[in-house]
Write a protein that binds this ligand. Structure first.
Ligand code: TYD
Ligand code: MG
Length: 456
């Protein structure tokens, strides 16, 4: 007798196993395994014969005529930049993010713009009713008639509709609500989500339609997250941000048609998402003047410099064990840097509490922020403000040395552009920035130097 084919899938990363286990060996998440039936697969030549498909012949490179990929602008420069210059026809783009972060809003705004220049756009929602979408659309603005909406979750019906309507772009909101009847597991399971993506991928390539799919990041193990699909699609974008702050960051994680690590910054307004073309200015607005413990750092997000304020509050601890918190950066990194200060500068920080925060609620992990953090802690400890006209970047090593970071020139130029007058940076990056005029350059090679600078 043939055994019933079922496998266990990790709902977080898609890891496959023949037996259940409590922790996924691949992504180390707990309790994410779920049993799912496997769709019987036909393999090899027999499958092709039964499906009646033609065999394709290989061609040499010079015989391929490249119909120049005409990219279509989304109408939002920030999004175009993350996509690598606009939408490529026939591409499959995954937009992931926490529920409620603004994925549907972003894509509806893309539709609004595309509908003005393309003859037919299809927005398929499996989550909201047409009335709900209309309410959202009313906040965003007016839409051309070439945008058509559809509430549907059956993938075969969707495929049929797409083939009939021949839209130039399709939005699938969200992939976790779509299902195929042939697969017995529930919508949102790893096998459903994967199969659905496979169908959409084929549809995109064969019909030359740009397809965007929304994928929710989920914390529970019941719904497969977008990570399961990352390898299947052309482009992966993650939409992130603090629920309580109004800015949102769109980050490219994978892109077959452009560079990754680009970010786009948006702000959630009453009337939808608005682009923030100059994030540094936005992040620094409302900065305190002459306050100790506040330092402006310069980090790079992809090719884009971003200035932000790092705040530290250091005060005497009332208990034996000092309290430390880090909002927006790695907690362990903060502890490490404070240990470096304790050892190299003999500051008695182990009897001081420290609260560190990146203003604006943004999360970053670039080592180039180390020096700014160190100066913020020193400034707060000594209660001496650091000039608000100064920006700081550099990595700090365990011996207290300040190490070079990449793209020093871009960082200094960004600081200059925003009117800063002094930049404190690693001495070893001196060569690349020495020709920049109009801003005073202070190279430091250890935290001791930095301490001297902070006192100036
Ligand atoms: P939404 O796009 O529905 O999120 P997702 O599809 O990622 O789940 O965005 C929902 C949030 O955005 C909701 O909290 C309301 C807010 N919002 C605005 O602030 N302004 C707007 O114009 C719109 C449409 C939504
Ligand atoms: Mg949504």
């Amino acid at each position: 007798m043939k055994k019933n084919a079922t496998l266990f899938f990790c709902q977080s990363c898609g890891y496959e196993s023949s037996k259940w286990s409590g922790q996924c060996p691949a992504c180390r998440e707990w309790n994410t395994f779920a049993e799912e039936p496997v769709a019987p697969k036909q393999k090899g030549v027999s499958a092709r014969k039964s499906s009646g498909r033609e065999r394709k012949s290989p061609v040499s490179l010079k015989n391929i005529t490249s119909a120049d990929q005409e990219r279509v602008s989304t109408g939002m420069a920030e999004l175009d930049q993350v996509l690598g210059g606009g939408i490529v026809p026939g591409s499959l783009v995954l937009v992931g993010g926490d529920p409620g972060i603004g994925k549907s809003t972003l894509l509806l705004q893309v539709c609004q713009h595309l509908a003005e220049r393309l003859p037919s756009i299809l927005y398929i929602s499996g989550e909201e009713s047409l009335q709900q979408i209309k309410l959202r659309a009313a906040r965003i603005g007016t839409f051309q008639d070439s945008l058509k909406l559809l509430c549907e979750t059956n993938l075969a019906d969707i495929e049929e509709t797409v083939l009939r309507e021949q839209p130039k772009a399709v939005i699938i909101d969200s992939i976790q609500t779509m299902y195929q009847e042939e697969i017995s597991s529930a919508p949102g399971s790893v096998s459903q989500v994967r199969e659905a993506t496979g169908v959409l991928m084929r549809l995109a390539k064969e019909q030359n339609i740009a397809i965007f799919i929304v994928g929710h990041v989920t914390k529970e193990g019941t719904v497969a997250g977008p990570r399961v699909l990352e390898h299947m699609v052309d482009t992966v974008l993650y939409f992130e941000g603090d629920r309580h702050a109004s800015y949102r960051i769109l980050r490219g994680v994978k892109n077959r048609f452009g560079s990754t690590n680009e970010i786009g910054v948006f702000e959630m307004m009453e009337s939808g998402l608005k682009e923030v073309p100059n994030p540094s200015e936005y992040m620094l607005s409302g900065r305190p003047k002459e306050a100790s413990g506040s330092v402006v750092a310069c980090t790079m997000e992809g090719t884009r410099p971003m200035l932000l304020e790092i705040q530290a509050l250091v005060c005497k601890t009332n208990f034996g064990l000092p309290r430390r918190t880090a909002a927006g950066m790695d907690y362990n990194r903060v502890n490490l840097l404070m240990a470096v200060l304790e050892k190299r500068l003999h500051l008695p920080l182990s009897s001081y509490d420290a609260y560190v925060n990146i203003a604006g609620g943004i999360r970053l992990n670039e080592p180039a922020m180390d020096l700014a953090l160190v100066l913020a802690v020193i400034s707060s400890y000594k209660d001496v403000p650091i000039s608000e006209q100064t920006i700081v970047f550099g990595e700090v090593g365990l011996s207290g040395e300040v190490r070079a970071v990449s793209m020093a020139k871009q960082r200094v130029l960004e600081a200059k552009k925003l009117g800063f007058t002094r930049v404190v940076f690693p001495q070893s990056s001196w060569e690349s920035v020495k020709n920049i005029t109009g801003i005073s350059l202070v190279g430091v090679s250890s935290v001791r130097d930095a301490l001297r600078v902070a006192a100036e």
